[in-house]
Design a protein around this ligand. Structure first.
Ligand SMILES: Nc1nc2c(ncn2[C@@H]2O[C@H](COP(=O)(O)OP(=O)(O)OP(=O)(O)O)[C@@H](O)[C@H]2O)c(=O)[nH]1
Ligand SMILES: [Mg+2]
Length: 684
């Protein structure tokens, strides 16, 4: 098997909105480089990278998948990220694995949501960013307009390296501004005379952009109004690697025109692992720099887990430094554990090609790992540093998950763990207050996909419903109560009597029990039973079945019976006295309030603010950052559970939010009455 040096590797991730044509582009690249002998189509469900049955059914990517080609002495690894916003987690987690991010834009789509989201993920990251305007053959395709809209809506200013020949049905290929050649269905040809002027103009812009980044180049350019071919290529490479230039290419993945010229650009100008040898690592609190090299210390990163139903888990790995060989042991700092590389593969969609080692810069897959999981590092046995952890986006969607058939309830946990391991933005937690298992993530489609995978792969049917709200019960006034529990029919009797003073405490103080019994009116051995009666009753709730909090109960008087009193009798008396007294203390419900930060393009601010007030929300502040507004607000959890779809609908999908729990607050009277009534209906 041919070995590729770090210099001859290119690792690309394709990002951009759903439907921009990333998977179709990959398919063209595979086919044109003869990695496949048939061109798959999304509509026919036979592409290399969208191989999952759900992807075929939905005609879109639902998870990141990988492939590669060997072309002109180079290995080009392609990571095809799903564009639909619910699946953004895959992009975030895999970003550390590549040097180059190809932002695929739809020439006919304007500035799309998925494109915006992809650009946001790239902010502040040291990556070569490349714009590829695709779908040039489409009706309304417009190369210039697409680049302008990217520039207007982000801070990126793409510089043309290729320009299209014709458009829509008449799109014929591209002109390469560096080589000054055209690439059409006929291969490399002379630039059509009609495009000479356009080429000259664009070429001048390109040279100017490159020259501006370097003094020597600037002098050369000012003197000759021209850069030599070698200087232009070397300068362009350097500027792409440094991020000073975002090059723009153009093609039609549908017809294949421009695709090979783009691939040539990948080889000529994009960043190789050898160009980015410095890698930031963390060790405890320290951040340090690591220099990657082919024969250096071992360093790798697991950027995706694919749970193959028959083969088990594939861990997709990017090697940065050193060589990982079959059977080699390594250390995973995130798990503080050793692991061992078993068989290893180069992945091509769902197909795998055996290999015996993975070298610096390469991408492959490992199986049967014991401890290492996605987002984990692979380092030498004696090393303790790790790849800098990624920031996962916060949940925006919550659903309680339940097995449809009671008999599946036990089975569901294990299968679910396997399914959600594929997407680290999904969490599954037991809410101890509502006793529900709550699935949270980035959107409805993502959580629905979990159900589909459970059914297809593990034959478990589950359903989702809006989670219960973990209300709490408390009181707003003080009262006294008394209860005598007395039973004397047959056998041994039961007797216990308590007098309580019940009063509210400060918010957040929980439960306070005060024993003020004097003179032994209740013997001290029964006091714990009284407290236990209170705690158990408060746990179950009194007016609506929710935990009681922030209440102080003082037991100040009572009576007992020498023979008939028991712990049980006092527990019952205590519980009853609390229940009766509680209702006299003007009980209320509390609900969780969350701090949220809503991020929207400025033009949607009015709509967002109006909507917040209809959701019992409170606006806390706002701040303009770039072209976005960051609006801080507080919102009850019941409204937040339903917020994301609404926010998306009135911001054309462009609004997002982050959240964290803030505090508990009183529920308005009308809602309280409804919740109480609903509970009483259920109780009967
Ligand atoms: N006319 C035309 N159609 C294209 C082109 N590229 C892709 N398509 C079509 O657009 C649709 C979406 O293409 P995909 O390749 O699935 O797009 P994607 O970017 O992978 O989308 P996600 O996987 O959802 O992120 C398919 O029906 C493709 O056939 C193109 O260049 N021209
Ligand atoms: Mg796709």
């Amino acid at each position: 098997m041919k070995e590729y040096s770090m210099k001859n590797l290119r690792n690309l991730m394709l990002v951009g909105s759903s439907g921009a044509g990333k998977t179709t582009l990959s398919e063209q690249i595979f086919n044109k480089t003869k990695a496949t002998n048939r061109l798959g189509k999304i509509d026919e469900g036979n592409t290399v990278l969208d191989f999952d049955p759900e992807e075929i059914a939905k005609k879109m990517s639902l998870g990141l998948s990988i492939g590669y080609v060997n072309h002109k002495d180079h290995r080009i690894n392609i990571l095809d990220a799903p564009g639909y916003p619910d699946f953004v987690g895959d992009t975030v987690v895999a970003l550390p694995a590549v040097e180059n991010v190809v932002i695929v834009a739809n020439a006919a789509g304007g500035f799309e949501v998925g494109l915006e989201l992809a650009l946001e993920q790239l902010e502040g990251k040291k990556k070569a960013k490349i714009i590829l305007v695709n779908r040039m053959d489409n009706e309304h395709a417009d190369f210039e307009k697409t680049l302008e809209s990217i520039h207007e809506n982000s801070d990126l200013r793409p510089v043309k390296v290729h320009i299209p020949i014709g458009k829509e049905g008449a799109f014929e290929g591209v002109v390469d501004l560096v080589r000054q050649k055209a690439y059409t269905a006929a291969g490399e040809v002379e630039v059509p005379a009609s495009m000479q002027d356009q080429m000259e103009d664009a070429r001048l812009q390109l040279m100017e952009a490159v020259a501006e980044t370097d003094e020597d180049l600037l002098n050369e350019f000012l003197e000759n109004m021209e850069l030599s071919q070698d200087h232009l290529i070397a300068g362009l490479r350097k500027c792409i690697a440094s991020g000073e230039i975002i090059p723009a290419f153009v093609c039609s993945a549908g017809t294949g025109l421009g695709v090979m010229a783009f691939l040539q650009g990948v080889i000529d100008y994009l960043v190789s692992p050898a160009d980015y040898p410095k890698i930031e690592l963390v060790e405890g609190e320290d951040v340090k720099e690591f220099i990657a090299s082919a024969d250096g210390e071992l360093l790798g990163y697991i950027f995706k887990l694919y749970a193959d139903p028959s083969m088990g888990d594939f861990a997709y790995v990017r090697m940065f430094s050193g060589v990982l060989k079959t059977s080699q042991e390594f250390y995973t700092p995130e798990k503080d554990a050793k692991d061992k590389a078993g068989n290893m593969y180069y992945m091509f969609g769902k197909n795998r090609h055996d290999c015996s080692e993975l070298r610096a810069g390469e991408i492959g897959a490992l199986v049967k790992l014991k401890n290492a999981r996605v987002m984990n590092s692979i380092v030498a046995l004696n090393a303790r540093h790790a790849i800098k952890p990624v920031d996962l986006p916060e949940a925006t969607t919550w659903q309680a998950l339940k097995a449809v058939n009671q008999s599946d309830e036990d089975k569901i946990g294990g299968s679910l763990q396997k399914v959600i391991a594929e997407d680290p933005t999904i969490r599954y937690d037991l809410n101890v207050e509502t006793h529900e298992n709550v699935l949270s993530g980035m959107g409805d489609q993502q959580l629905q996909l979990v159900l589909k995978k459970l059914k297809n792969r593990y034959k478990v049917e589950a359903e989702l419903k809006t989670p219960r709200i973990p209300y709490k019960e408390t009181i707003t006034a003080s009262a006294e109560s008394q209860y005598r529990h007395k039973k004397q029919s047959g056998g041994r009797g039961q007797y216990g009597e308590v007098y309580f003073r019940i009063k509210p405490t400060e918010r957040g103080e929980g439960f306070q029990f005060i024993n003020a019994i004097v003179g032994g009116v209740i013997p001290s051995n029964f006091i714990p039973a009284i407290e236990k009666g209170l705690v158990e009753t408060m746990e179950k709730g009194i007016i609506a079945g929710y935990q009681v909090v922030d209440v102080a109960v003082e037991v100040y008087y009572g009576s007992y019976h020498d023979v008939d009193s028991s712990e049980m009798a006092f527990k019952i008396a205590s519980s009853m006295a609390l229940k009766e007294g509680f209702k006299k203390c003007k009980p209320i419900l509390l609900e969780p309030i969350y701090n949220i930060v809503i991020i929207v393009p400025s033009e949607y601010m009015g709509d967002v603010m109006g909507d917040i007030s209809t959701r019992r929300g409170r606006i806390m502040g706002m701040e303009q950052r770039g072209k976005k507004q960051y609006l801080s607000a507080q919102m009850p959890v019941v409204e937040m559970y339903a917020y994301y779809p609404a926010l998306k609908s009135f911001t054309q999908g462009r609004g997002r939010f982050t959240q964290e729990f803030s505090h508990y607050e009183r529920v308005p009277e009308d809602i309280t009455q409804k919740v109480v009534a609903a509970w009483q209906d259920n109780e009967v």
